[in-house]
Design a protein around this ligand. Structure first.
Ligand SMILES: [Zn+2]
Length: 198
């Protein structure tokens, strides 16, 4: 009945950003990345549920999962987001900061060249043309990784997290549910095998 905090409004969750061919995004990093293995099946992204306890049916059906990193960002008007990077793109990001991880609030430019939809995303540190940019750097509001998680769970159409439920308990609860869902997909060949090339 009584809540400790306001209910999470779905439309306030971070937006997932996948750059389209030709798209350029200049933004600021706003948190620690979430790193996951996923599959692309039946036209959508689904989390790999392979672990010591669970065999992932999608690994059997369509092969090894793909790695993605979701880096929290703050766009214009402080809008929360998370930019999706492949292993290659994330390597490029980390290579820009050989001394350590990219700092919080770091301004970055992401660009996917025109042409093929799966051209790798290029990342650079944009030139600071605005003398007030440095001052604004401190104003970036963090994007919590649990909010990025909520965005991903919604994308994956996973059962929602209960109020106050810990991530550990939640994952223990939903992973078997997802594994069963995937096993059903395996038994329905017309729904499977759609493998994305992005
Ligand atoms: Zn898997």
């Amino acid at each position: 009945m009584f809540l400790n905090e306001p209910p999470k409004r779905e439309n306030h969750l971070p937006h997932l950003v996948r750059l389209k061919a030709g798209q350029t995004l200049t933004t600021r990093l706003a948190g620690e990345p979430l790193r996951v293995h996923t599959h692309f099946a039946t036209g959508r992204t689904l989390p790999c549920v392979n672990s010591d306890q669970t065999l992932c049916p999608l690994c059997e059906l369509i092969g090894p999962p793909r790695y993605y990193a979701y880096w929290p960002i703050r766009g214009k008007s402080n809008q929360a987001g998370a930019v999706e990077l492949t292993a290659l793109a994330e390597q490029e990001l980390l290579a820009l900061f050989p001394e350590g991880n990219p700092p919080f609030g770091q301004r970055l430019q992401f660009h996917r060249p025109n042409g093929r939809r799966n051209n790798p995303v290029q990342i650079s540190i944009p030139f600071l043309e605005d003398p007030h940019e440095k001052a604004r750097k401190t104003e970036v509001v963090p994007v919590s990784s649990s909010d990025v998680q909520r965005t991903l769970f919604r994308l994956w159409e996973a059962p929602p997290m209960a109020d106050g439920e810990s991530l550990e308990v939640y994952l223990d609860r939903i992973i078997p549910v997802l594994a069963v869902r995937y096993a059903h997909m395996l038994q329905t060949p017309r729904n499977t095998g759609s493998i994305d090339d992005s």
